[in-house]
Design a protein around this ligand. Structure first.
Ligand SMILES: NC(=O)c1ccc[n+]([C@@H]2O[C@H](COP(=O)([O-])OP(=O)(O)OC[C@H]3O[C@@H](n4cnc5c(N)ncnc54)[C@H](O)[C@@H]3O)[C@@H](O)[C@H]2O)c1
Length: 318
């Protein structure tokens, strides 16, 4: 894919309107093919990054580099991947031969250099805006000029993230995978104001090759999934802190009475309380609407380091 093919959506639209009589829009799409992705880099090897790497290697047969700044996270992650593969072999979902092929496809490193030969990069570091902006600033300089730069953010504006990737804004997009990645089929594709149509095509192609079902959302606080899901979780925490019900009763009524696969507090533990809080803060600050006020208890639990399943303690003990 040529760098020049990355025109922002707005530019592309105006081009299509002004030249429609000359049918140039047709030649635009026919001369710009989507480059095949041979190598994927995932930045951040936590629960989401690992899941993305696992599915990309096992379903799309892609070579994947997991880049994580923490050697502890990388070693925890490689044990987790081994467990996932062993479980899949035991359950007869894959052969032992396939498991060893997948293992060979996934490399882990603390070095950012692994982005330099990647065609598609998915960032999955914690939900901290400054951290993501720094990473996209580096990606704009260090990733190949054709590479798609994607974020797995749950709530941070894609337009803002793209603005931090100076010179590569049109190649920035979000492929928002859901947790757990190997199980959840839906992926939100979110465009920033600057995202080029070719970037959307490339993201759709990759996500579909991973066996996922993409939905397109606008760059609006919380996008679609978290605009709906996280206020629901936050309301459950408020029900707990105001004594309307115990954690068991809150989870039980939503599970057994409202057909939810798991209760909202157990789900919050599973997502990570820091992630839930970060999303509520984005909804609250970016809309200036008090209906999105984060629960005080949620903030306190994050302050205590009780982040849910990943830290061993949240609403429940693990
Ligand atoms: N947890 C969920 O349910 C969920 C669902 C959808 C999207 N997300 C989003 O996915 C992203 C990752 O979430 P997660 O739950 O996997 O977080 P996590 O805390 O499990 O993992 C984050 C990883 O990033 C690493 N990291 C931190 N700084 C880094 C840096 N500068 N360079 C490289 N690695 C770095 C950490 O060591 C850690 O391993 C967040 O943006 C989150 O909002 C999370």
């Amino acid at each position: 894919m040529h760098k020049s093919s990355f025109l922002p959506v707005a530019t592309r639209l105006s081009r299509q309107i002004t030249t429609s009589s000359l049918r140039l829009s047709r030649s635009f799409s026919s001369t710009n093919s989507i480059q095949d992705v041979n190598k994927l880099a995932v930045i951040g090897g936590g629960q989401m990054g690992l899941g993305i790497a696992y599915v990309a290697a096992s379903v799309s047969n892609l070579s994947v580099s997991i880049i994580d700044s923490s050697p502890e996270s990388l070693s925890k992650g490689s044990k987790f991947l081994d467990q996932l593969l062993n479980k899949d072999v035991k359950k007869g979902r894959i052969t032992a031969e396939k498991a060893s092929e997948v293992q060979k496809l996934i490399q882990s490193t603390t070095s950012f250099d692994a982005v330099t030969d990647s065609d598609f990069i998915i960032e999955a570091v914690p939900e901290i805006p400054s951290l993501k902006f720094d990473i996209f600033g580096r990606l704009a300089k260090e990733a190949p000029a054709h590479a798609i730069l994607s974020t797995n953010t749950s709530s941070i504006s894609i337009t803002k993230i793209a603005a931090s990737a100076k010179g590569a804004e049109s190649r920035v997009i979000s492929t928002h995978f859901m947790n757990p990645v190997p199980v959840q089929k839906g992926v939100e594709i979110i465009t920033g104001l600057q995202t080029a149509p070719e970037t959307v095509d490339a993201a759709m192609k990759l996500v579909k090759s991973m066996g996922k079902i993409p939905s397109i959302s606008a760059d609006s606080p919380g996008f679609l999934a978290n605009r709906i899901l996280i206020p629901y979780i936050n309301e459950a925490v408020i029900c707990l802190e105001t004594g309307i019900g115990t954690k068991e009763d809150i989870d039980s009524i939503m599970k057994n009475g409202c057909a939810m696969p798991m209760g909202p507090l157990a789900l919050a533990d599973f997502i990570g309380l820091d992630t839930c809080l970060a999303i509520m803060n984005v909804l609250y600050n970016d809309t200036a609407d008090s209906k999105y006020r984060p629960s005080v208890l949620l903030q306190k639990m994050v302050d205590a380091g009780w982040l849910g399943k990943k830290s061993g303690k949240g609403f429940y003990d693990y």
